[in-house]
Design a protein around this ligand. Structure first.
Ligand code: ZN
Length: 500
């Protein structure tokens, strides 16, 4: 007889294995010596296949179906746990083990080819692997099932319930209006003075400053820690062990800080799941877009605001007394918000970032729906770069080979970055309505009201609500691009004096 207790025990075991694998992965990216890589690959493969086998076992399936059939006897929370676990289970069993194996093998080959191709800036070296991955992704879409575009089957992994048909008009409108704003900014010619930023910034001081800001945000260092890695990330092995990494560059005053705040936003979310959801699928975000809304709200709406810099300019000046003597909060605010079309997505500012995403989304959709051939990617990429950003990459490394995602066989991931921006602005509009003195609190370094709002409206729900439900319940409106566009126009209209 299936009971909630036995279900929780089974799901707990799966979570333990997955969390142990995550810990090994964290170690791989932070402290593992290079020669540990070979054995680590075996360890990770073993743990993940054990977790997968346990989770897709017919026993667990029977248990989930039995519990679902008598969900009238369950509390709403129990019924939700059953339906979410069943959703994951049904998706997991749709992919045969042989397919998963083939996909994983091609992923590692493709990744290696991508690293080489990018180094030599030559798409043709990656092309045969991209062909193979595309073929596998189409097969995956068929195995998973979909309505409308096959892209929807892939999108479901990252932004559940979202469809290409919804994204197309949303992104087309967003791109047109953001392109227009960027063009007006460039034409204004009013770029801020950033000469004072040049030169080296002590790495230890940057580190200490980033830890200070994380603490002020409310990140609990007794339930997490910060380390260095090449690519910043957040990971958790439990609600009370959520770790962040950052990247520190002596040439860039803002890189470590913005990475720390971004990952801190993700981490506050994961530290905010209810403890009773520990070791269950409910202790997770309903979508990557919602997860990203948290990191981007802290990184951009807070960390790139004038009140933030009024608070932290004196703190930063203590670390760099000579360099920052005479540099005002306004000067830092202007420099940190400099807008300039550029070739690389991860370096893009708030005004141009979504344009990079829309470009990738359109190319992915063309690939998966057969309108674009893999061999024509560089030309198609460059044409869109010219169209959206007015730039042409001088080579493939600075163009269609810049991102790691495709080499991992990830398609449908990019849209979640732009959705994160949109959700963040819509939620934040409501924060400002609900917490009228928010900016004076931020200027005093007091982030408690913001964190409390996010805990209540976003964090505690875990996967009990979908992304759309979270946004709708918190703001009273369906997700839309308008709040983000309003935010950009207001902020950058003032920064670049675009009033006329
Ligand atoms: Zn993120």
């Amino acid at each position: 007889m299936a009971s909630m207790e036995s279900l929780r025990e089974k799901l707990g075991e799966v979570a333990d294995l997955a969390n142990a694998a995550a810990l090994l992965q964290w170690d791989q990216e932070t402290y593992m010596p290079p020669k540990g890589a070979t054995a680590r690959a075996y360890q990770l493969a073993t743990l993940s296949s054990l977790a997968h086998r346990l989770f897709t076992s017919p026993d667990l399936g029977d248990m989930l179906h039995a519990l679902r059939d008598r969900s009238d006897n369950l509390t709403p929370d129990e019924a939700k746990l059953v339906s979410e676990a069943l959703y994951d289970y049904e998706r997991a069993v749709r992919l045969p083990e042989s397919f998963v194996h083939e996909f994983a093998q091609e992923q590692s080959r493709a990744y290696e080819a991508w690293v080489r191709a990018r180094k030599e800036s030559d798409w043709t070296q990656f092309e045969p692997h991209m062909e193979k991955l595309l073929d596998l992704l189409k097969r995956k879409a068929d195995l998973m099932g979909y309505e409308g575009s096959p892209y929807n089957a892939l999108l479901e992994d990252y932004e559940r319930g979202m469809t290409a048909e919804q994204l197309q008009p949303l992104f087309a409108d967003l791109a047109e209006r953001q392109s227009d704003l960027v063009r007006r900014i460039v034409e204004s010619g009013r770029q801020p003075d950033t000469a004072w930023l040049e030169g080296e910034w002590d790495e230890v001081a940057q580190w200490v400053f980033s830890v200070r800001v994380l603490k002020d945000m409310g990140y609990d260092f007794d339930a997490g820690r910060q380390d260095r890695s090449v690519h910043p990330f957040t990971t958790n092995f439990d609600i009370q062990d959520v770790r962040v990494t950052t990247r520190v560059s002596k040439d860039d005053l803002f890189s470590a800080l913005s990475s720390s705040i971004h990952e801190g936003g993700h981490a506050l979310y994961e530290q905010g799941f209810p403890l009773e959801d520990r070791r269950t699928p409910l202790a997770a975000a309903p979508s990557l877009g919602i997860h990203e809304s948290q990191s981007r709200m802290w990184e951009n709406l807070i960390g790139l605001s004038l009140p933030f810099w009024k608070r932290y300019t004196p703190v930063l000046r203590e670390h760099f007394p000579e360099r920052l003597d005479g540099v005002s909060p306004e000067a830092i605010y202007r420099a940190a918000n400099r807008v300039e079309p550029s070739l690389i997505r991860v370096d893009a500012d708030e005004c141009t970032y979504n344009l990079h995403v829309v470009l990738r989304f359109e190319l992915e959709l063309d690939l998966i729906e057969g309108r674009l051939q893999v061999r024509d990617m560089p030309a198609a990429w460059n044409e869109k770069m010219q169209h959206y950003l007015g730039l042409t990459p001088p080579n493939d490394a600075l163009g269609c080979l810049q991102d790691i995602h495709w080499s991992h066989g990830s398609m449908g991931y990019f849209p979640t970055y732009a959705l994160g921006n949109l959700y963040s602005a819509q939620l934040f509009e409501q924060v400002l309505a609900d917490v009228p003195d928010l900016w004076s609190r931020v200027e005093a370094g007091d982030f408690a009201p913001l964190l409390a709002w996010l805990r209540k409206h976003v964090h505690v729900h875990g996967r009990r609500k979908t992304a759309v439900q979270i946004v709708r319940d918190a703001t009273g409106k369906a997700p839309s691009a308008q709040p983000y566009l309003d935010y950009l126009n207001r902020k950058y209209g003032a920064l670049y004096d675009l009033t006329q």
